[in-house]
Design a protein around this ligand. Structure first.
Ligand SMILES: [Zn+2]
Length: 426
């Protein structure tokens, strides 16, 4: 299978490239790069894609998604989640292990990876840090790594026991994949449903203080500094967490972090009434926290963009703000929200592409992804930076729990190419 992607603006931050170049894909790899390849006789008559006015970037990577299979197939499956990813411009996603049962053993990983083989995009899987994500006993990390686990996480909940977290970080150093921390202090979390503060008080809802996230982030950074492990802080939502990441990096720590589109786009003041499509964990914070997330993405305190795509059925979200589960879908709006909200004032095109490609590839140690140098995987996203569109159903995701319906966005995935094959095109 061969494809010539011609006349697009190639933005490849890992190689510091931003120029109009043709990219030739063959055999699942980037086979050639150059100016005006289409005019050379060797490329005449080959299938080609005219990308004038478009950005050609390494396939986007979302390192934090929930695909709900097994156990939650009424809200999403690996297949439908992968279709949502393709539509959103993502060629690789990392699925979290908080399924039913949780992904905590090599056998289940083998099974999931076999199911994902026919998915529209590359689906990687994280293994659980603790057995059954129960937080009591360390999981079988080495065996899961051997079975292809791309990271370890108890996401959905924290690893409350600092000793277990320390052991996991020590192992992560030897196994070469990160421990992704969902930072939440269980006691401070309590039964909170939204950000603690005046908005929660006005709505009569139980609050979640920012310290709930930050004390655990600080704890995990301390543990990683001592153990030397690979720590990645998931969905940083609070200004203090962003500061903690920044300070850690300034003193040479290897810790990395990610932020989700809703945390830089919205704040608690934006929640209309008691709409459960604005309920997620961590919650929408204050305007100051929202701005700190943007600043963290700008100066690199936060390395990567990750959606925390969390599908839920309409029935479960209809339980109301207090009872509905946390989470919103994000794969189909992540790129648009990044381009609409961050491009220009916060991030240059190259920095934006970095946060969605090279950075997650580096964090996950994906050596053949995140860049389009010769010999790299033929995963490419073609972005129309001028496409203006309105978020509206139907979604490729099986669920539609998002607060962004009706929002006007600028910038969209025009084509998504996985291993040289076009899996989405507008
Ligand atoms: Zn989480």
């Amino acid at each position: 299978m061969a494809l010539l992607i011609r006349d697009g603006l190639l933005i490849d931050p890992a190689r510091k490239v931003s120029a109009v170049l043709d990219v030739f894909l063959q055999g699942g790899k980037v086979a050639a790069l150059g100016r005006g390849l289409s005019k050379r006789s060797a490329f005449k008559g080959l299938p080609s894609m005219d990308c004038r006015g478009k950005w050609v970037v390494p396939g986007l990577i979302d390192m934090h998604v929930h695909l709900r299979e097994p156990g939650g197939e009424d809200s999403e499956t690996i297949a439908t989640g992968a279709l949502a990813a393709a539509r959103g411009g993502f060629t690789t996603v990392l699925a979290m292990p908080n399924t039913r049962p949780p992904t905590d053993n090599a056998g289940l990983l083998d099974d999931l990876r076999a199911r994902a083989a026919s998915a529209a995009v590359n689906v990687l899987f994280a293994g659980a840090v603790t057995l059954g994500q129960q937080g009591k006993r360390l999981g079988r990390l080495a065996a899961m790594r051997k079975a292809g686990a791309a990271a370890f996480s108890d996401d959905g909940r924290p690893v409350g026991d600092a000793r277990l977290m320390r052991q996991a970080l020590l192992l992560s150093r030897d196994l070469g994949v990160p421990v992704i921390a969902h930072c939440e202090d269980p006691e401070l979390m309590g039964n909170g449903v939204m950000n603690a503060g005046s908005v929660a008080a006005r709505k009569g809802l139980r609050g979640i203080p920012t310290a709930c996230e930050t004390v655990m982030a600080e704890r995990d950074i301390s543990l990683a500094d001592e153990a030397g492990g690979l720590l990645h802080i998931a969905h940083a939502s609070a200004a203090a967490t962003v500061h903690a990441l920044r300070r850690a990096k300034e003193r040479g720590s290897r810790v990395t972090g990610e932020a989700a589109p809703h945390h830089w786009t919205l704040c608690d003041k934006d929640i209309p009434g008691l709409d459960p499509d604005y309920k997620m964990n961590p919650p929408l914070r204050s305007p100051r926290d929202r701005d700190a997330v943007k600043a963290g993405l700008a100066d690199g305190a936060i390395d990567a963009v990750a959606s925390d795509h969390a599908p839920h059925t309409r029935e479960r979200k209809a339980l109301g703000f207090e009872k509905a589960p946390f989470g919103i879908i994000g794969l189909e709006t992540s790129l648009g929200l990044a381009m609409t909200e961050l491009l220009g004032r916060t991030l240059s095109p190259s920095a934006l592409v970095d946060r969605m490609t090279a950075a997650p590839a580096r964090i996950l140690g994906l050596k053949s992804k995140g860049s389009l140098g010769k010999g790299m995987d033929a995963d490419v996203t073609v972005i129309d930076p001028k496409a203006a569109w309105t978020v509206r159903p139907p979604f490729a995701s099986k669920s539609s729990n998002t607060p962004f319906v009706g929002m006007r966005l600028k910038g969209r995935a025009w084509a998504t190419i996985v291993s040289g094959k076009v899996v989405h095109a507008l």
